[in-house]
Structures are given as structure tokens and as C-alpha cells.
Write a protein that binds this ligand. Structure first.
Ligand SMILES: *[C@@H]1O[C@H](CO)[C@@H](O)[C@H](O)[C@H]1NC(C)=O
Ligand SMILES: *[C@@H]1O[C@H](CO)[C@@H](O)[C@H](O)[C@H]1NC(C)=O
Ligand SMILES: *[C@@H]1O[C@H](CO)[C@@H](O)[C@H](O)[C@H]1NC(C)=O
Ligand SMILES: *[C@@H]1O[C@H](CO)[C@@H](O)[C@H](O)[C@H]1NC(C)=O
Ligand SMILES: *[C@@H]1O[C@H](CO)[C@@H](O)[C@H](O)[C@H]1NC(C)=O
Length: 527
């Protein structure tokens, strides 16, 4: 049974440790107050929050009706809402790719729109799903994920999933973690935090107690359990996940019972969990030791945990769990003392992180964005998660996503086209009704899969490149309404190219049929 159930289980008994405590500082420690343009310091935690202007270009700021009291965060009074686009992304520099980061997003509806109707929407990061259906109908809430970044900057995206329900967000935290933290798990998988417990504690522990600003919630365990506290430890305990020392100075144990139920809750549908248990013996009872097992339902997992005064142990399990799964600690029959636990972390392990849309496509889009300011409101992955693309692209999703279509018509794009020839999976390009100038670039004819190119109603100059006119498979539209006699709207043909340019081949036929609908043809001439 257990072998089906437990995917990985590891126990490290540290015994007496005397490692030096290395002081840790998170390299990236960004706290964004969404919808605000001011910075302020949260005195209680000594955390500086900044406004979100520099991280996003879409959305609108709003104030909630009354900001709630929150022991976690003072940033619930403002939010940023996104009424116009289906995907809106914050882009945050987190020290480059390959960094382990903790990312947190905060939500509080607070009836900011006076409609008493909290929306539901999706939360995403770096092209991956994070929360499907954020439920903003309760009090303030937050979601947290820990993962190793794959891109130079990270993105937090809010995606609309229901008509007239506009996504919003109140705050974002990014904390860099050392790579050694949580390295038990394949670094290609995200860890979604479900619980982080400081047993026997009496307050939420976080920054500056925890330099990584993880939130450790107290669990006093109710009447049937008792807490153990010490002011200091004679020995120095250091775990690879670096829980704050103050979280290890308290613990929970039972009064009489040999069983300590961890009271963890799981969803109905089975998830893969990563659970980490921290044990430090706080009681000096020199003649007695404490030996207990971790049970998953009725199965004892592997070796017993044995603690002596000052000793420490760290244990993690990767297992499947659902609403019926019970984790408990049970003392062995010869143990003098009942089980004890100091701290616990519980994550669900997500599916492999996406590698994102093909990088050369992303770079080519960035070039378009650099050239045309109108496109700069879009950030995050252009194609992912699937179905949540930028408004002006379409993608294919076999293996690595590619850009197959550019929908850049009617955007007021001004100037000449940059070289976006790297987008070589393009099938359709629509650039009509813009103010594009300069030569029609040759590379437009070189896309191997391009079957439709619409350049109508721009102010290009020069001739149509042979690469375009020679392309049999291409449906091409190139007329230029802005030149010559076409003053009335909608523009009516005043000349008829078809009659004086009889078709000579299949390809020019299709070209000329299109041109037949076209009015004047002044700036563009066949070479
Ligand atoms: C607050 O944090 C800053 C660094 O961000 C540090 O220099 C300062 O000493 C801290 N102040 C307190 C009261 O902890
Ligand atoms: C959202 O949360 C509220 C209160 O927290 C709860 O009553 C409601 O059932 C939840 N809705 C969904 C769809 O989960
Ligand atoms: C991402 O790329 C790595 C190496 O290039 C590959 O092993 C992995 O399977 C890819 N992941 C996904 C989800 O495609
Ligand atoms: C040509 O494009 C401009 C925008 O650049 C637009 O205002 C105009 O209506 C377009 N003309 C036609 C005939 O569609
Ligand atoms: C344009 O050519 C079509 C036939 O190709 C013809 O029926 C039509 O009358 C012509 N229009 C003008 C304005 O010459």
C-alpha cells in the first residue's frame, strides 16, 4: 500500500548539530502595492512597498470601500482592475533566470466598484496556470508559489474568464530564495503553498524573523494538545530549508495520547503534495527519549524519528493526498514521550513549468513592441497559458508554442517595419489601416508558411518585392488608399487595374483579383 501511496520519502536525522548560522538576505525583495503610485514603509514589518506603475502598462487604479484589518498586509486599500484585455501581466525583474523565488499575489475585492459582485478570474505566472478561478468573495486572501525561474523577468498575469467579470489584484511580493531551499523536489516543478505552520507559536512569524518573508502561522492545537517553548537552544540547528529559528523554539505535543493528528486539509480531487516536517527536541529529560512514526492514514512510513534533547530531525514526503487523507505522528510502544512537532510546510506540487513560447519568436515580438509603442501594453508569455494569448497574435501549440498570426491592423502603427523575419512560423500577417512607411521589406516574402498578407491602407513607398509577387501561395493585399484620388469614405475604386493588366498566370490572377477591388495604385508599382 504505502509504496503506491508515497512517492518519495526521506528522513534526515540531524542529531546534534553545531553549524554556524549564516545570515541570509534575500537578493530580490520586491513588494508591489497594486493600484497605488506611492511608496511607503510598513513599519510593523519594516517592508517597503512601491506603487505598480513601473511594472505594468494596462489596467486602472481603484480604491476599495474600506480597507480591512489584516495582520498580513497593509496594501488592501487599493487595487488595479483590468476591464479591457483578457490577459494583463506584471513584468518583474527577479535577478535573471535560474533563481528560486517565492511569488505571492494578494486579493481583496472590497466592493471597489459598488456592485457587490466579486468577480472570478484566473491567475497565472510565467505562462503557467497558478489559480483557476480566484475566489475574491471572502476577506483578504493571497496565493503563493515557489519555483525556479526560466526567464530573465517573471510575469504575474490576471486573465478574464467570464463576461463582465474583470480581474483585479491588490499586491505582489517577490522574494528570492537560496537555490538550496526546497531542493528535494525537481526544480522544473512549481510548489503551491497550502500551509506553513509554526506549532506552539502565538503569532504569525515572517520578515524580519524569516529573512525570506515566508508566513508561519501559529497552530496551538486546541485543548487536547500542549505547547512547548524555549527561549533559546544550546545547540544550533540549521535545516536546508532554513525555517526561522523562532519557529523552532516552539513545538506542539500531546498530553497523554500517543497520536498527534496533524489536521491537514486536502481537496476532493487528489493532488501531489510535498510535506516537510521539522522536529527539534526542546525538553531536557535526560533519561527519556521520544520515538515516533509519521503515519499516512493507517500506514507507518519508514523509519521512526528519535529525538533526544537538542536533537533535530527533518523529514519530507511526496505523496498523493485527497480529502480523506490523514497525516499523524504516533509514538512507538517503547517511547517514553509522546510525539512532538515544531514546524510544518505543505505544498501541492504543480505540473512541469512551461518553457514558454519559442524564444526567437518572443524576441521578434519584443522588437515590434520596441518599434511601436501601441504594442507595449502586452507582457508575459504571448501564447501561454493556451487560449490566453496577446490580443494581436495567434499561436500554434504543437510542442513549443509558435506565433502563427499577427493581427496588427487598425492600431495606428507609424514608421517603418522592423525585421521580424525570425517569426518563421507565421501564416497570416495583417497590417492594414496603419500609417506604415518606408519600403515593403523583402523578408515578408520569405516566410515559408505565409498564406495571407494584408498591407492595405498604409503609406509604403517603392515597389512590391519580387519575393511577394512570386509567391503562389500568398493571398496578398497591398493597395494604398491614402494616396491620390480616394478622398471619400468608404474608399471607392476610381480605377480598374484588372482591365489594363490582363492575368498571365495563376499567381498573378489571384493577386489581380485582389487588386481588382482596389482603388488607386500610385506609390506602389510593379518592378
Ligand atoms: C529596516 O530595513 C532596513 C533595510 O531594508 C534596515 O536597514 C533597517 O535597519 C531596518 N529597520 C529596522 C527597525 O529593523
Ligand atoms: C468563494 O468563497 C466564498 C466565501 O469565502 C464561498 O462562500 C463560496 O462558496 C466560494 N465560491 C466558490 C465558487 O468557490
Ligand atoms: C523544457 O525544456 C527542457 C530542456 O530543454 C526539457 O527537458 C523539458 O521537457 C521541457 N519542458 C516542457 C514542459 O516542455
Ligand atoms: C485607412 O486607415 C486609417 C487609419 O490609419 C483609417 O482611419 C481609415 O478609415 C482607413 N481607410 C479605409 C478606407 O479603410
Ligand atoms: C473593372 O473591371 C471589371 C471587369 O474586370 C468591369 O466589369 C468593370 O466595369 C470595371 N470597372 C471600371 C470602373 O472600369
Amino acid at each position: 500500500m504505502i509504496s503506491n501511496f508515497v512517492l518519495i520519502l526521506l528522513q534526515i536525522l540531524l542529531g546534534l548539530l553545531a553549524l554556524p548560522i549564516t545570515s541570509t538576505v534575500a537578493v530580490v525583495f520586491v513588494s508591489i502595492d497594486c493600484g497605488s503610485s506611492k511608496s511607503f514603509i510598513d513599519d510593523k514589518h519594516n517592508i517597503t512597498w512601491v506603487g505598480d506603475d513601473q511594472y505594468i502598462k494596462s489596467g486602472e487604479s481603484r480604491a476599495v470601500q474600506a480597507a480591512p484589518e489584516s495582520s498580513i498586509s497593509p496594501i488592501y486599500s487599493t487595487l488595479r482592475v483590468f476591464p479591457t484585455r483578457n490577459k494583463n501581466c506584471y513584468s518583474i525583474n527577479a535577478g535573471g533566470k535560474g533563481q528560486r523565488v517565492l511569488l505571492r499575489a494578494y486579493f481583496y475585492y472590497g466592493n471597489y466598484d459598488g456592485k457587490m459582485s466579486p468577480p472570478t478570474f484566473d491567475l497565472q505566472f510565467d505562462g503557467n496556470d497558478w489559480v483557476k478561478g480566484v475566489n475574491a468573495s471572502g476577506g483578504p486572501s493571497y496565493y503563493e508559489v515557489i519555483y525556479v525561474t526560466k526567464f530573465d523577468s517573471l510575469s504575474v498575469c490576471l486573465a478574464q474568464t467570464e463576461d463582465n467579470q474583470y480581474p483585479f489584484i491588490n499586491g505582489i511580493n517577490v522574494r528570492s530564495l537560496d537555490l538550496g531551499l526546497y531542493s528535494d523536489i525537481d526544480s522544473g516543478r512549481p510548489l503551491f503553498t497550502r500551509d506553513r505552520i509554526n506549532y506552539g507559536g502565538d503569532k504569525i512569524l515572517r520578515y524580519p524573523d524569516d529573512p525570506y518573508d515566508r508566513f508561519w502561522f501559529p497552530d496551538k492545537g486546541g485543548n487536547r494538545l500542549s505547547t512547548v517553548k524555549r527561549d533559546s537552544l544550546n545547540t544550533v540547528v540549521e535545516f536546508s530549508n532554513k525555517p526561522p529559528r523562532s519557529a523552532l523554539l516552539t513545538a506542539m505535543t500531546t498530553d497523554n495520547s500517543a497520536t498527534l493528528d496533524l489536521n491537514l486539509y486536502f481537496p476532493k480531487t487528489e493532488i501531489t503534495i510535498y510535506i516537510i516536517l521539522y522536529f527539534v527536541e526542546l525538553l531536557d529529560q535526560s533519561n527519556s527519549d521520544r520515538t515516533f512514526f509519521l503515519y499516512i492514514n493507517e500506514e507507518a512510513s519508514f523509519d521512526p524519528i528519535t529525538l533526544q534533547y537538542g536533537g533535530a530531525a527533518y523529514k519530507y514526503v511526496v505523496a498523493k493526498a485527497s480529502s480523506g487523507t490523514v497525516f499523524s505522528l504516533r509514538s512507538s510502544s517503547d517511547s517514553a514521550l509522546p510525539p512532538l512537532i515544531n514546524a510544518l510546510e505543505l505544498f501541492s506540487v504543480g505540473p512541469s513549468l512551461t518553457n514558454g513560447t519559442l524564444n526567437k519568436d518572443v524576441r521578434a515580438l519584443a522588437l515590434l513592441q520596441k518599434t511601436f509603442t501601441q504594442l507595449q501594453e502586452w507582457s508575459g508569455d504571448p501564447c501561454l497559458p493556451e487560449k490566453f494569448t496577446w490580443d494581436w497574435v495567434e499561436c500554434s501549440y504543437q510542442n513549443t508554442p509558435r506565433i502563427t498570426r499577427l493581427k496588427l491592423n487598425d492600431l495606428g502603427l507609424k514608421g517603418s517595419l522592423p525585421d521580424f523575419s525570425a517569426l518563421d512560423a507565421l501564416q497570416q500577417i495583417d497590417l492594414h489601416n496603419n500609417l506604415l512607411t518606408g519600403k515593403i521589406p523583402d523578408f515578408l516574402g520569405d516566410f515559408p508558411n505565409l498564406n495571407s498578407l494584408n498591407l492595405e491602407n498604409n503609406t509604403f513607398s517603392g515597389s512590391i518585392p519580387a519575393s511577394l509577387t512570386n509567391n503562389n501561395n500568398l493571398k496578398l493585399k497591398v493597395s494604398d488608399y491614402s494616396s491620390g484620388t480616394c478622398a471619400s469614405q468608404p474608399c471607392k475604386p476610381s480605377n480598374n487595374r484588372t482591365s489594363n493588366s490582363p492575368p498571365s498566370s495563376k499567381k498573378s490572377e489571384s493577386l489581380l483579383i485582389l487588386l481588382g477591388m482596389i482603388p488607386v495604385f500610385v506609390l506602389i508599382q510593379y518592378s
